[in-house]
Design a protein around this ligand. Structure first.
Ligand code: AMP
Ligand code: ZN
Ligand code: FE
Ligand code: FE
Length: 288
């Protein structure tokens, strides 16, 4: 079984539509794929409708959080998307992304970059708008060569000249809300230092104490020593260990299934969740 538990579609800052994403998952030989758009479940229905027979879909989202001034991402799986407390918190974060993106466009304009809001809005479409959309606009304008090149202190990195904060969830609240909606939480890429400051191990221990289920260890932004350290921490804290691609279509170079999750861990995630079931591809038999 090949299981990839972290991907993005055009419902946030990926470039595959949800339908393309699940078809590409089948083509990549994945048996299970999770759709985890930033602060959004909007892509789920389209992904389910297009699901190839060979693929099971795990519905989810990646929640933008912050603790002690440090941003972090919390993957949430198999929660009930209709649960109002969680849904309204996600909506707050999603809605605040719009004025925040406008703020970043304004800062770019002040620096003389000929970027227009309409261009960024066109690139984002109806997806939850974020820095990668602005980065794509900067690539179109020839300001930077790649999306990744826009994430420097010159431009959109956390310490960048054009960075603007957005509303984010307290991760302790996020864990509680996802749990109340029947879902499971996995701390995404906790050691991804090149994105900015990472939380200390003591904070991961505190999150574990309030019910965090797991941490993502096998991720492209973790080098081998980081993976080893996180694996040991997970063992200490009794946390599940996952692996995934964090696929963003053509906005990142990573391929679907580049890192994967152990089937035993996937089984445990499905056993712990009560808010939603994995969706088997049409014609397939239910697999849990
Ligand atoms: P936002 O949610 O708008 O703050 O944007 C965060 C997203 O930007 C992340 O989910 C990544 O997809 C992307 N990102 C963050 N840091 C980098 C980086 N160094 N290179 C490329 N993409 C990045
Ligand atoms: Zn993203
Ligand atoms: Fe992330
Ligand atoms: Fe992600």
């Amino acid at each position: 079984m090949r299981i990839d538990l972290h991907t993005h579609s055009t419902a946030s800052d990926g470039t595959d539509t949800p339908a393309e994403l699940v078809r590409n998952a089948a083509a990549a030989g994945l048996d299970v794929v999770a759709l985890t758009d930033h602060d959004s479940t909007r892509g789920h229905a389209e992904a389910i409708a297009a699901l190839p027979a060979s693929v099971t879909l795990v519905t989810g989202a990646e929640l933008s959080c912050r603790v002690d001034g440090i941003g972090l991402h919390m993957l949430a799986y198999l929660f009930d998307p209709a649960e109002p407390d969680l849904a309204s918190e996600m909506e707050l974060v999603r809605d605040d992304r719009v004025p925040r993106a406008r703020g970043m466009v304004g800062k770019l304009q002040e620096l003389g970059v000929p970027i227009e809001w309409d261009q960024v809005a066109r690139i984002a479409g109806d997806g939850s708008i974020g820095r990668p959309h602005i980065a794509s606009a900067l690539v179109e304008l020839g300001v930077v060569e790649t999306v990744s090149d826009a994430f420097t202190s010159n431009w959109l990195a956390n310490d960048g000249r054009c960075y603007v904060d957005k509303h984010e969830l307290d991760p302790f609240d996020a864990i509680r809300l996802v749990k109340a909606a029947g879902g499971v939480t996995v701390f995404a890429h906790p050691g991804a230092a090149r994105r900015g400051h990472t939380v200390p191990e003591s904070a991961i221990a505190e999150l574990a104490a309030v019910g965090l289920d797991g941490i993502e260890v096998d991720h492209m932004d973790h080098d081998a020593p980081t993976r080893a350290r996180l694996r040991a921490l997970a063992a200490d804290l009794g946390l599940l260990v996952t692996g995934s691609s964090d696929y963003h279509g053509s906005r990142k170079t990573v391929r679907l299934g580049e890192s994967t999750t152990d089937p035993e861990i996937y089984g445990e995630i499905t056993r712990r969740s009560t808010g939603a079931f994995p969706v088997p591809g049409a014609g397939g038999s239910p697999r849990r």
